[in-house]
Design a protein around this ligand. Structure first.
Ligand SMILES: [Zn+2]
Length: 302
């Protein structure tokens, strides 16, 4: 009898203990909801950052296995070949889209600035208008990836194009991998450019950009898409930032020269794989790519 009473007492105490424990956990959970717990603490009160904790360095293999090469930067040709006037490539947009739904570049004949967003490609010509690109058209230089953000930030303030690059770099976990960047929001100001289509014999890009058309937008809703690449990629692509812009109604845009960001969401896709496909064309085979062209690149990007 005494034994039974003791056993019942122990059971009651155990149950009470479990209930009180789960009560504690429940309370804790209300105090610190999962989303709050994953927020990065920042000094700037006007910026909110959310980390996707599943993607920290070292987990690249997991990401590649699960996503079947979605974190690959694919590019056709090299920026130095474009600087040298190799304006015709052999990659169609149909082919390009198999490697990504997000990216930038140009179209054959250097006929404007190209941007791909949500799997649709646009060509912004020197009239500033965005035209749809069809899959049979070709590109001499393009960079794409499948955009899957690993980090999200929200900017509740204004920041201009001399402040924002350093700010964003300070959020990168390393300067040794590739970042695809999407900035969607209201732009207080944005200045873009486009380049005129060329006829053979093609001049060098530094000559073409002397005749570039520029466009200014005020209080425009749109999306900047682009990349940040490590310095060691010079020669093959543009080190640092390269941004193209398109308005929300998909009617205008261009290669970004200056901007003032307003309220905007910033998404970053960490990318550790790189695939470069070189044109099998006579022009590409013959062009001299042995010299350093960083000084020329500086001129054409501005
Ligand atoms: Zn560009």
């Amino acid at each position: 009898m005494i034994y039974k009473i003791i056993t019942s007492l122990i059971t009651i105490i155990t149950i009470a203990f479990i209930i009180s424990l789960s009560g504690c956990v429940g309370e804790k959970a209300t105090e610190n909801p999962p989303q709050k717990a994953s927020l990065e603490k920042l000094n700037e009160s006007n910026v909110t950052t959310t980390w996707n904790l599943s993607f920290l360095y070292g987990s690249r293999d997991d990401a590649t296995n699960q996503q079947v090469n979605k974190d690959v930067l694919f590019q056709t040709s090299t920026i130095d070949a474009l600087l040298e006037g190799v304006y015709d490539g052999d990659t169609t947009f149909g082919e390009l889209k198999k490697h990504g739904d997000f990216g930038l570049g140009t179209v054959n004949g250097l006929d404007g600035e190209m941007l791909e967003l949500d799997g649709k490609a646009y060509q912004i010509k020197t009239d500033g208008v965005a035209y749809a690109v069809n899959d049979s058209m070709k590109t001499p230089f393009a960079v794409v990836t499948f955009f899957e953000p690993d980090k999200k930030l929200f900017l509740n303030t204004t920041m201009n194009s001399s402040q924002f690059p350093d700010y964003l770099e300070s959020k990168f976990p390393t300067k040794n991998i590739i970042y695809a960047i999407k900035i969607k929001g209201n732009f207080e100001y944005i200045k873009t450019r486009s380049v005129p289509g060329q006829k053979k014999p093609y001049p060098k890009l530094v000559e073409v950009t002397k005749n570039q058309s520029t466009f200014e937008f005020h209080k425009a809703n749109g999306t900047i898409i682009g990349f940040w690449l490590p310095v060691y990629m010079k020669g093959t692509n543009v080190p640092g930032y390269h941004f193209h812009f398109i308005t929300d109604d998909r009617t205008a845009g261009g290669h970004v020269l200056e901007y003032i960001l307003g309220n905007s969401s910033i998404e970053i896709d960490y990318t550790s794989d790189f695939l470069m496909e070189l044109p099998g064309t006579e022009e590409f085979y013959k062009v001299n790519l042995e010299e350093d062209k960083q000084a020329e690149l500086e001129k054409v990007e501005k």
